[in-house]
Design a protein around this ligand. Structure first.
Ligand code: GDP
Length: 195
């Protein structure tokens, strides 16, 4: 997909601030530092639209990026950062949970995990949480350039097994450095966004 137009419409801290133009939304979730900002920047072909984090866990807003005036990427704050107190993050944070549970416009979630590691407890909880609410999920295993290509299929199989990935969900091995996997992500988006 060619992205002609990107606008960060709002960095919201409360539902009253969410956009009200009723466009479809795709949320992006993942542990802090997993490579979410880099993925967004790669997909929208902008170098620094989404802020890559030098201080992980700091951004506690839902960032709504409107693409081609057709749909939104909703950048959800990274979870699992130890320095964010337990109280501040409930589980993933009340704002995140409420958004994922209740947002009518939400049509699917891209959930990021690091290709090199087994999913963390938080990664597993997030996937279960998303499935509990019936959301279509694409798992994106990030930083693929850090693992040799010959190992990708093995890693994909291990990660699917660890997550107990539903048959209706998919997993893509992705690198924001090389762009590998980006086409598959766009294909998934095109199949899951209905306007
Ligand atoms: P976020 O906290 O999830 O938004 O993560 P960032 O996008 O800020 O990335 C965290 C760190 O991982 C940064 O140092 C990035 O340069 C690095 N990174 C992100 N994606 C990749 C990737 O595909 N390959 C490599 N080698 N490094 C990456």
């Amino acid at each position: 997909m060619q992205i002609q137009d990107v606008e960060l419409v709002i960095s919201a801290v409360a539902p009253q601030q969410y956009p009200n133009d009723n466009l479809p939304e795709i949320a992006l979730t993942g542990r802090s530092n997993v490579g979410k900002s880099s993925l967004i920047n790669r997909l929208i072909q902008r170098k620094k639209m989404a802020r890559t984090s030098s201080t992980p866990g700091k951004t506690q807003t839902l960032n709504f990026y409107r693409l081609n005036r057709q749909f939104y990427f909703v950048d959800v704050p990274g979870y699992g950062y130890a320095k964010v107190s337990k109280k501040a993050r409930a589980k993933f944070g009340e704002m995140i949970e409420t958004y994922l549970e209740e947002r009518q416009q939400l049509q699917g979630v891209i959930s990021l995990i690091d290709v090199r590691h087994q999913p963390t407890e938080d990664d597993l909880s997030m996937y279960r949480f998303l499935k509990y609410y019936g959301l279509p999920v694409l798992i994106v295993a990030t930083k693929a350039d850090k693992v040799s290509k010959g190992k990708w299929q093995q890693r994909a199989a291990q990660l699917k097994k660890a997550l107990q990935l539903n048959q209706t969900d998919d997993l893509v091995i992705f690198s924001s450095m090389t762009g590998s996997g980006a086409d598959q992500i766009w294909q998934w988006l095109q199949a899951h966004i209905t306007t």
